[in-house]
Design a protein around this ligand. Sequence first.
Ligand SMILES: C=C1C[C@]23C[C@@]1(O)CC[C@H]2[C@@]12CC[C@H](O)[C@@](C)(C(=O)O1)[C@H]2[C@@H]3C(=O)O
Ligand SMILES: O=C(O)CCC(=O)C(=O)O
Ligand SMILES: [Fe+2]
Length: 334
Amino acid sequence: MVIVAAANANANANVLKMEKIRDDIQLPIIDLLSSKSNRSQVSKQIVKACEEYGFFKVINHGVPQEIITQMEEEAHNFFSKPGSEKERAGPANPYGYGCKNIGLKGDMGEVEYLLLQTNSPFINSKYYISQDPNKFRCRVNGYVEAVRELACEVLDLIGEGLGLGLGFLSELIRDVQSDSVLRLNHYPACCDVIDKSASKIGFGEHTDPQILTLLRSNGVEGLQISLEEGVWVPVNPHPDSGFCVNVGDVLKVMTNERFVSVKHRVVVNSYKARTSIAYFAAPPLHATITNCLPDKDKGNPIYTSFTWGDYKKATYTCRLGDTRLNHFKFHNNN
Ligand SMILES: C=C1C[C@]23C[C@@]1(O)CC[C@H]2[C@@]12CC[C@H](O)[C@@](C)(C(=O)O1)[C@H]2[C@@H]3C(=O)O
Ligand SMILES: O=C(O)CCC(=O)C(=O)O
Ligand SMILES: [Fe+2]
């Protein structure tokens, strides 16, 4: 384990805080093919991973390689453009192209990104993103449809493991008004990787606000998770055909904290640039978020009921690293 003093990437940039970096972690690997023959075992494995890590990998996920390759090609083409051209798809407010600025509250990172809405094929057409906008739109839609199916399958398995009604969770993101978003991230290569403690923050620590995130990367290291305050564990970056899945704040609330939404971040410490594509599966803005565990497991609700719209609004008034859910806790003394 290495102990380093790391600079935070935002307004606290001059504040050094001590943190520990552990050895790489191998997240639980869920083989979705085996759910065809043993569904209840796979659903138990996923529930356990959501309780213990809030993160897991899925393999044999059914998203066609061609669709992934085409999406990765579009991401590569976009980020390869000169800055002035990319700026034409910005600023991210919150959607569109952003460079170094994350969100609306002054957070910064060594990252450029494209944040896209997914609930209408034309919604992003105001941005100048590609020389062939139809091809771009087609490929993004193909990818979104495929990862949405995967997210629905994972949510159905979770629902079965928790004893929820059939399709209860997946219906939220199948809804035509689902507020899901797609994010393409590009982290430049770091010129000084000899001194790992000099790593820069690509994307500062945060939890994902939505239900579930499905993430793919180009196999370049950088993603770290924090299962314990102040201790960071790099996620093994081995390139494979899988997706990294993580629990968002909404699912944590719906399971009354049985599931954890774990803080994660990206550090830039490789000779190679990292690219990642994240699909954030979200409910419609009007959907009510509340403890949905069956009566026998419900316990005392920890959070008040709120709509996804309320939570999203709160998210955008908070800094990246804030624990936004505290505002929705019963008997909140903060
Ligand atoms: C600083 C911020 C960026 C963010 C909105 C926020 O105010 C706090 C949460 C951030 C986050 C993290 C997960 C996703 O990447 C994201 C799109 C989201 O829904 O919440 C980002 C937001 C963003 O970059 O707009
Ligand atoms: O780039 C990554 O690997 C993670 C990015 C992330 O956490 C996010 O976009 O919310
Ligand atoms: Fe994230």
